[in-house]
Design a protein around this ligand. Structure first.
Ligand SMILES: C[S@@+](CC[C@H](N)C(=O)[O-])C[C@H]1O[C@@H](n2cnc3c(N)ncnc32)[C@H](O)[C@@H]1O
Length: 294
């Protein structure tokens, strides 16, 4: 009986502790929870996505270059070993330093020394303020995202790695913000955070690779765009028609770094699209865009 009472008290204490941490740093708690939940076979499943990202960045990665990866997380979609072999230094920037440290631990020890971890919120706490305001049903005051370079800048190459759609959505979801208010907050504030993130990457390096996930497919999810069709166009390097097909789909357009580039007058350069086999029965489309340079 005593055991039952005390374990119930433990559960309630743990729930109260989680609720408090969620309100104190909603984005970090929500993103770290997702990183911690990564399934064991994910690295093997994501191998084609790592290969595709390597093919995309390899021609732009000079011997001994200084590289930053924002949103490195567990490093499962990131060809980190290949990058570290070529680069002089790699800084993994993420809210979740624990995930980035585990990615570094997987490297051979000789390469580990080239990799640094920077625990950092690219929104400078602005995403958290927006999320707390959404929970309270208020409008956040004075919302402007930071535009300063990332920690450790300048770099030769900066990569924004699949974090744009994660700046607000996971924390809004985990804090129980209802669907309509969530959609309204995403429409209103995600473009601003995406622009600030894009600005910070471009303030950090002359060459930036933006990797984002414009569309997803799973059973029961309404998705008018056809993944096979988009991939066939992309394989033939018919990128403009492929992007038009992407635009006809349903996805988080408010977190599109290409729209942010356009708003800054930066022309998107080389672009590639590939399938990201996210989980059993769940596919995402990955879009990589090179920007900057001459
Ligand atoms: C979907 S994951 C990207 C996949 C990741 N590269 C991997 O292979 O595991 C998004 C990453 O962005 C990070 N992130 C989200 N919001 C962030 C923020 N405001 N500042 C820095 N990192 C953030 C998350 O912690 C997470 O590691």
């Amino acid at each position: 009986m005593r055991t039952t009472t005390s374990s119930r008290a433990d559960v309630l204490r743990a729930q109260a502790d989680l609720a408090e941490r969620r309100l104190r740093s909603p984005s970090r708690v929500a993103n770290s929870a997702r990183n911690a939940r990564a399934e064991v076979d994910r690295r093997r499943r994501w191998e084609p996505a790592r290969d595709a990202l390597w093919s995309f960045i390899e021609p732009h990665l000079g011997e001994g270059a200084r590289v930053a990866v924002l949103g490195a997380g567990n490093g499962d979609d990131l060809p980190l070993e290949r990058i570290a072999r070529r680069a002089g230094s790699v800084t993994l920037v993420d809210l979740d330093a624990k995930a980035a440290r585990s990615a570094r631990r997987r490297l051979p020890w000789r390469l580990r020394r080239r990799v640094e971890i920077a625990a950092h919120d690219v929104t400078g706490g602005v995403a958290d303020r927006i999320v707390v305001a959404a929970v309270l049903g208020e409008a956040p005051d004075k919302v402007t995202g930071p535009e300063a370079p990332l920690p450790g800048a300048p770099y030769d190459l900066a990569i924004g790695d699949l974090l744009y759609s994660q700046l607000l959505y996971p924390a809004l979801l985990d804090l129980g913000v209802g669907e309509r208010r969530r959609a309204a907050f995403l429409r209103r504030y995600a473009p601003l955070l995406t622009r600030s993130t894009v600005a910070r990457l471009h303030a950090s390096a002359p060459l930036v690779v933006h990797v984002h996930d414009p569309l997803a497919w799973w059973q029961g999810h309404e998705q008018p765009a056809d993944l096979g069709h988009i991939l066939r166009l992309a394989e033939r390097e018919d990128i403009e028609p492929a992007l038009s097909a992407v635009a006809r789909g349903l996805g988080p357009v408010e977190s599109d770094p290409r729209a942010a580039l356009r708003s800054f007058g930066i022309a998107p350069g080389a672009t590639a699209l590939w399938r990201w086999p996210f989980a059993e029965g769940v596919d995402y489309l990955t879009c990589a865009t090179l920007a900057g340079g001459a």
